[in-house]
Design a binder for this molecule. Structure first.
Ligand code: NAP
Length: 241
């Protein structure tokens, strides 16, 4: 059996580790990160060339099933996967970590987009910890606030005029996140609703510090795709057949 994992997440890497040795597994990465942490098993890097390219890859490599374990905000590849799997007549499973849920003491402002997140800053703070990744910085380019931008690779312009860059990748610790908020005198955090444990400590640190959090809601997902919430659940489903 040959499983294609559309990856780029901590959970995708964990899933590849669980399946490796049991079935043939190929992880696909988009190639956005210069030096990605590679999963076990085979790895291919780069776009497929849209739905048609993905259909071709599935057929040409005798793929028996596809698992969409991409990031909840990687909208295009998830829709491409749904269309390609249907066309190629292979089963598709989505590994999608649940979204975060506010807890007592949280001051969350829920917004539908990065642009709305930028507008929401008007009333919230002056020193922003921006953790939405380096790809969407243009939405904040005209903002007057000071931004601490955390990303895996250095971001490109356009970006806000007053920006500090912090190159790092999760998982992050609560102590580390507390330290960042204090050292940079952060008064508002901006995040996508990525879910998962690896980047959740910033939410706890913000709650403790009484800092508001602008949370960008998730984009839509393709209808009718079965979902597993954890790598273990996805692996069990695959190995059950
Ligand atoms: P996207 O907008 O959904 O996809 C754009 C294009 O990138 C797709 O059409 C596809 O190109 C290619 N692509 C995306 N994921 C791929 C994969 N796993 N393997 C091969 N090609 C892929 O995706 P994105 O938001 O740019 O994210 C790119 C990757 O980074 C994803 O794999 C995702 O898991 C990871 N990631 C994204 C975020 C985020 O916030 N968006 C955060 C962390 C990690 P073709 O049409 O040519 O096939």
């Amino acid at each position: 059996m040959h499983i294609l994992i559309l990856g780029g997440t901590t959970e995708a890497r964990a899933l590849a580790g669980l399946l490796h040795g049991e079935v043939r597994v190929t992880s696909s990465l988009a190639g956005r990160v210069a030096n990605p942490r590679l999963p076990e098993g085979e790895v291919r890097i780069g776009g497929f060339g849209g739905v048609d390219g993905l259909v071709e890859w599935i057929g040409g490599h005798a793929v028996d099933a596809v698992i969409d374990a991409t990031h909840p905000f990687a909208e295009r590849i998830s829709f491409n996967a749904a269309r390609a799997a249907a066309t190629a007549h292979v089963p598709l499973l989505a590994l999608r970590r649940p979204g975060w849920v506010p807890e007592e003491g949280d001051r969350w402002v829920s917004v539908p987009s990065l642009e709305a997140a930028a507008e929401a800053l008007d009333d919230l703070g002056e020193r922003v910890f921006l953790t939405t990744g380096r790809m969407g910085l243009a939405a904040f380019a005209d903002r007057p606030e000071w931004f601490l931008v955390r990303s895996v690779d250095a971001p490109d312009a356009p970006m806000p005029a007053r920006t500090g860059i912090l190159l790092d990748r999760g998982p992050f610790t609560l102590d580390g996140e507390r330290e960042i908020l204090a050292r940079h005198r952060i008064d508002v955090l901006v995040t996508k609703d990525s879910g998962g444990a690896a980047t959740a400590p910033k939410l706890t640190a913000a709650r403790e510090a009484g800092i508001p959090v602008v949370v960008v809601r998730r984009p839509p997902v393709p209808a009718g795709v079965p979902v597993a919430a954890t790598p273990e659940e996805a692996a069990a489903r695959v190995l059950r057949g």
